[in-house]
Design a protein around this ligand. Structure first.
Ligand code: CO
Length: 150
């Protein structure tokens, strides 16, 4: 029987493309309160990052090889604020790490995957990110990340 780990490695090898789970994004109403509520799970020492251009503040928890991002909107007119107002707190997106984001977007577009971002935008820590439409990902907003250090 193939383990989950081996199945993942097989998928990456089969396509020649890296596809690592990178982070999960969770929208919260109040970052400090959410960090406190996550403490009993064992999450400590969250890094705090302000992203004014995306109108959010983020707390990042390390969770094994991936991270959990708690995302608080800082602008009532921003897309995260609208999401929070409409749906309340909860899972917002899943992100996968890829090696070459522009090439990956070209490949996905050619395969008929609906893209939100046709070209990468700036993410945390100098990374480049792009979102795929939930319609193409079983209802889940999906982010691709190309980290800056390769
Ligand atoms: Co994200």
């Amino acid at each position: 029987m193939t383990s989950v780990h081996n199945a993942t490695r097989d998928a990456t090898e089969a396509t020649g493309q890296r596809l690592d789970l990178h982070h999960v994004g969770i929208v919260v109403a109040d970052l400090d309160d959410a960090v406190t509520r996550y403490a009993p799970l064992g999450f400590v020492a969250a890094e705090r990052i302000d992203l004014p251009e995306q109108a959010v503040r983020v707390a990042v928890f390390v969770a094994g090889p991936g991270v959990v991002e708690l995302i608080q909107p800082t602008d009532l007119e921003g897309p995260i604020a609208r999401y929070l107002e409409k749906r309340g707190e909860g899972m917002h997106h899943v992100a996968y790490r890829v090696d070459d984001l522009p090439a990956t977007l070209d490949r996905l577009a050619a395969a008929g995957v609906r893209l939100i971002d046709n070209v990468p935008r700036r993410g945390l820590h100098g990374s480049r990110i792009a979102f795929l439409h939930p319609e193409s990902c079983a209802g889940v907003l999906t982010e691709l990340v190309e980290v800056s250090d390769g």
